[in-house]
Ligand binder design. Sequence first.
Ligand code: NAP
Ligand code: 8YV
Length: 319
Amino acid sequence: MPKSDILVMPKVHPLYVAALKAEHNVHEYNPADAADLAAVASRITGLAAGGESVVPGALIAQLPQLKVVSVFGVGYDGIDVPTAIARRIPVTHTPDVLTDDVADLAMGLTLSVARNIAQADQHVRTGQWPKAGMRLGRKVSGSRMGIVGLGRIGSAIAKRAQAFGMSVAYTTRTERPDSGFAYYPSAAALAANVDFLVVITPGGQGTKHLINADVLKALGKHGYLINVARGSVVDEAALVQALTDGTIAGAGLDVFADEPNVPQALWTMPHVVLTPHMASATHQTRQAMADLAFANMQAGLAGTPLLTPVPECRAQMGL
Ligand code: NAP
Ligand code: 8YV
């Protein structure tokens, strides 16, 4: 295949960028330098983004030859997909290959916050063990898990929860009777009936602040919130308040409203575990994501069938 000109959004994973550089001319997008983009815009045929990238319609409009947007990540809430579709430009993502890792981290956060693992590690490292005891944890095995979003990753979390002897319930917009799990029509109704509420929906306007003060109140003072979805799904101010005044028992958070900025109030809370958006960050999965994102890019440039177009492109572009 002849070399193409690819525009790469900031902070796209190096494994994906390296694969692109080996085959193409790569231009790193600098939102602060309009002249830099103007010099190459007419040649760009591929756009590489990450799951957290913001690709507005105005950027797509500046790229007259664009053939494909290939996202390194399953979430694509930052991409203006309707604008791309209007120009018949397919958008692809990386589903399935990261499902196990994200489900593993959801369980890791659940165990960590309930059993005080991060706190306990500090207790030993700072020489506290000979001097003082630690507060007791919350038993996870046999407890009740509620999953907000029973898709690929939510289903993988359910499987893991079952292995811990937990009961599983869920909420989605469309009930899934085939799952065999108890269905609740809203996040609040689900929260009122579980010990751990795990959030794993897509981000974007459709789920913005789905987890609000009312849902946290329903989860209650013995309940824990785990968010591995997107920061936008949770009303972060309401969450900080609920953790401060004891409305809920604790939280395990991998994603935040304004990454990489995490509200300072959370930094010192002993009943909170914080990770830096790393649910899919293993060597194995990041390589698989890079391979799939690159394969989608190559297919989009060549005009051959795409491996994993996003659902809207499948439905509206007949892919
Ligand atoms: P998926 O298979 O499309 O599942 C999404 C689920 O969310 C579906 O069950 C969907 O069911 C449900 N949902 C959508 N809107 C909803 C709403 N308003 N209320 C309740 N449920 C809703 O996607 P996936 O592969 O599991 O990935 C899910 C998300 O995880 C991604 O989009 C991404 O944002 C996030 N993620 C985060 C990380 C990380 O590093 N932390 C890594 C990977 C993915 P209905 O359509 O029936 O509502
Ligand atoms: C990645 C993610 O950290 O897949 C997603 O939606 O949020 C994560 O897997 C991200 O896409 C890397 O850019």
